[in-house]
Design a protein around this ligand. Structure first.
Ligand SMILES: [Zn+2]
Length: 355
């Protein structure tokens, strides 16, 4: 198996990602070439089988768990037709919150209050939770309510409590086998609890240029570059690009303007379809220059209703609107305002409320 801690020795500058922003079609072709040489950080719990979805046969909906595979490729006990989504809706975002288009994927931006928690589900049933929000009770409640029975991996974008405070409980509840993190520790009880749980799994510390497989998806790590700042946790957030043709999704953690500038200078940004807006829509990030590089059609903001930080910032909302992005928020009401992306990998996607 590939060394899980292996990263590409020098992150090559990908010509196809240098500004100006390439078209999605050009990007898809270039991505295939990129994948031929890319180092793979293959997590043991994740199954192989990447494609850009362009060879998918249809956009019919399949249950995320219909493949019934564990990450090691073995058939799972009891993971059959209805363990993780019934697959009954037909690509219109129907009633089953875990159903996934057959050649695509799904992302659920969970309403967990002031924080972040994004669940990725592939067409073949692999699952990854990116951050947990600030409460173990809330994230477990949300995942169980979804009917989630299997969680292959967890990704902690950075060590702040509003992102990792629920992860130890999630790792234990779902017996998670793989944890991605940025390698930056923090002197807090929350971090210690997270790390103790994560350290019992396969810990993976990706850097820029690393990739990992999640079923039919590739996770491409854009940030941090080698090393980290050593103190600014937001600046060392893992920034991850994933998705497929017509449905590229950029996850940004709590990146701020300095990180966005660094990403721009490194030339690793390109056009995406859906942007998970950084830092809960804080005024500290989502600059116009960054938005012009990633040009999202859809922007999802995870924040708590009436939060004390005034997230999302009005200026950020204006910049997103100015670039033509449709905005979705998890803080609209006191009810569950989780949002979801359903992608077919053939250019079709829907974004909207989960419920
Ligand atoms: Zn945060």
């Amino acid at each position: 198996m590939t060394d899980l801690h292996q990263t590409r020795p020098s992150a090559p500058r990908c010509a196809h990602r240098c500004r100006p922003t390439p078209s999605r079609d050009a990007r898809t072709l270039s991505r295939r070439a990129t994948l031929r040489w890319a180092w793979l950080v293959v997590a043991g719990a994740l199954a192989l089988g990447c494609s850009d979805g362009s060879d998918g046969t249809n956009d019919a909906t399949a249950s995320a768990a219909d493949a019934g595979l564990h990450g090691d490729g073995s058939l799972s006990d009891g993971v059959g037709s209805d363990t993780q989504g019934s697959g009954k809706d037909a690509g219109d975002g129907g009633s089953d919150p875990l159903s996934v288009p057959a050649d695509g994927y799904r992302a659920i931006f969970l309403d967990i209050g002031q924080g972040d928690a994004t669940l990725l589900i592939t067409a073949s049933g692999e699952t990854l939770l990116v951050d947990s929000g600030p409460s173990d009770d809330k994230i477990i409640q949300r995942l169980v309510a979804l009917g989630l029975k299997r969680l292959d991996a967890v990704l902690a974008t950075h060590a702040d409590a509003d992102h990792i405070a629920g992860l130890a409980a999630v790792i234990a509840h779902y017996d998670v086998k793989t944890v991605y993190w940025n390698g930056l520790t923090k002197e807090t009880k929350v971090f210690k609890t997270f790390y103790e749980a994560a350290n019992k799994t396969t810990l993976v510390e990706p850097k820029r240029g690393s990739t990992a497989k999640l079923g039919n998806l590739t996770l491409e790590f854009l940030h941090p570059a080698k090393g980290n700042s050593g103190s600014d946790h937001n600046a060392d957030s893992l920034v991850v690009l994933t998705g497929c043709s017509g449905a590229w999704l950029l996850l940004t953690g709590d990146a701020e303007a300095d990180t966005e500038d660094e990403l721009l200078k490194a030339g690793v940004l390109s056009d995406v379809d859906v942007l998970k807006v950084a830092h809960h829509g804080s005024a500290s990030g989502t600059t116009t220059a960054f938005l012009k590089a990633v040009t999202p059609e859809h922007a999802v903001i995870s924040a708590g209703l009436n939060n004390k930080y005034d997230h999302p910032d009005k200026g950020v909302l204006k910049r997103l609107a100015d670039i033509g992005a449709k905005i979705y928020q998890t803080d609209d009401t006191w009810e569950d305002d989780s949002q979801t992306l359903r992608a077919t990998c053939k250019g079709g996607l829907t974004v909207g409320p989960l419920h």
